[in-house]
Design a protein around this ligand. Sequence first.
Ligand SMILES: [Zn+2]
Length: 414
Amino acid sequence: MVTDQKKSAFTIPLEDETCKLSIEQLSKYKGPTSKRHEWPCPSLQFISFKNGELHLLNSSEGKSFNLILSVCKQHLNIMCSCGNTSAHLCEHAYSAVWEILWHNRENYFRKLLPEGSLALAFQYPRYFDKKESKTGIDTAPRAELGPVYQLTEGFQNMDLHDSLALPGEEKCSSHAPGEGLGYMILLPYRRKMFPAIVPCSGKLNLQGTEIKSWDSFETALKKSQKAPSTESQKKLNLAAHDLWKLVEKIPGWMLIQEEDTDPKPPLKKIFDLWEQALPLLKKQQLVYAYYFYGPKELKLRPKKERTQKIFISGERPRIHFELSDKGVFYQLRLIITVNDKPIDDYDAGYTFLIIHYESIYLLESVRDAALVEWMDENGRWITVFKEHYADFEKKVLEPLGKYYVIERKKSKKK
Ligand SMILES: [Zn+2]
């Protein structure tokens, strides 16, 4: 039996935009008779949601009242058909709202806002799940939508202003329009030098993605020193300069030194500078490889046909060896893997670096680089007749196996 509805609204302020209402807060509005045991365990049956008003049938112990809830300007309006006009919430409404808060979240009433999830769920039913229960109705955006702005519980709101003010890569806008400043990785022909990094500059294409005509290396160096650059460019310029100072007068071999008179190259220092430079280079837009014949070229413009746009990979190649039993002889091969996958068609002719198609990789260590150079200069594999195997095993495989995996393979017999 539903008691006749006499409209009487009761208003409770909600906490700011979150529209939170705690049970503690609610209890301030209960009257001397509005105890929960006066209207025990009410069942709230969903009737309708129209014009921002949620209609529920509020029943307990065989009696029922209509309950209408709406939210307006951070206030919850409550109407119970019992016609309560006292300064307190009636026991029906108090007990019902208590149940809603107990079974839902404190910010459940946010869903009743004009653009809240209840209104949208009725407007766009295919994007929302509705669930009726003994505490009325709940709605939520379907999972396929992912987090929904303003609606999803726990949506990560962030203050973009603060985030955007955090340290990041600054935009460098100091160059003349149409002019690009980038970096060239010098790849010296036949290990005449260790690879090095120098600035490069020139006219950009229309999209600003490529340098289409080059300034001389000397001009590029002057421009890079003059132009105020980003923090990472400043660090990169320093590393590139230090690297150049170390490598400019020495051959790029690790293993073969011309004469005893040549001092040992400072391998670790050179490698460390590459390790410093690599992540900085990776941030740059305009990075090229240049197949380089020697320092005399630095007075000139880069030759277009020896210039290649290149991608700096953050992956570090790993090396191991493979020993195949071919019947009358063995073959030892160098295997280079990136992300555990062997790569072929690589170019290992530049100390510390591996070039694979349009990407440049830095080897993991100076020792790896020495072994890559050794194998590369030997043509990448070594054949050993069985007659020499005992000696080879003792002099090469045993020491090598202490540091590197040697995979043993047996060729299938015909
Ligand atoms: Zn009432």
